[in-house]
Design a protein around this ligand. Sequence first.
Ligand code: PAF
Length: 289
Amino acid sequence: MAVTQAPNTLIPLNAMQIISAIADQRSALKGRGRVVFVPTMGNLHAGHISLMEQARAHGDTVVASIFVNRLQFGPNDDFDKYPRTFQADCDKLAAAGVSVLFAPTESDLYPEPQEYTVEPPAIQNILDGEFRPGHFRGVATVVLKLFNCVQPQAAVFGKKDYQQLMVIRNMTRQLALPIDIIGGETVRAEDGLALSSRNGYLSAAERAEAPRLYRLLNDIRSAVSGGETNYLDLENRAISGLTAAGWKTDYVAVRQQSDLAPPKGGNAALVVLAASRLGTTRLIDNIEI
Ligand code: PAF
């Protein structure tokens, strides 16, 4: 089924509308009940499709977006090589029951000169933010723009990007946006590797090695659930295990779920998060404890 992406047109595809103009997007959703929105950068896999299914359970009309957001990529990140698979993505979204796909053009979403951005607070500088300066500014800016274009009642973000979910939740609350933010569960391959668009960059040998990250996070979860409180030791042991297997680790960190700060004792719910590089591919993962 051939789909061309033309600005300012509506193209039916198995009852899924593909919209690129912001004005068309706003008018397309009138009278469509509770709209649940799932923003993506395309190159969709089963993890994204699971978010679409979760979205269907929360409303009447599911709207997805595909936009590869230059602003959230650093100078050494993979913006240029990020896979663009628009046609295949459309087929998957239509099959998943998505009603509307919003695929804005870069010039519409970022009118030149783009001078206003959303500046998240200190949370943008820890964990992933420490290693990807400006990343969460780019995410918050594009998500606010997409929210303004789609004007949904709810939006689903995967827990795989745990810090991103928190940045969006906080932004939505603090800017009083009338949108419920829903955290979607991470989907994993049989060997435990969290599904990610970046898994496609892994060689066969790296793909075989990749589940180590999940196994080590699981070991930490078991130890903490068993009463271990020396988090630094657990983190360092996991980093050593990764280094010995050829990974280059940015962080392994046990944090409080509520604010991603280091645990302060008591009964706070915890999460263990990690980012590590296998060859040139940076993988992130986390498990709630
Ligand atoms: O998680 C993603 O795919 C992106 O960060 C998002 C939320 C679509 C913003 O570009």
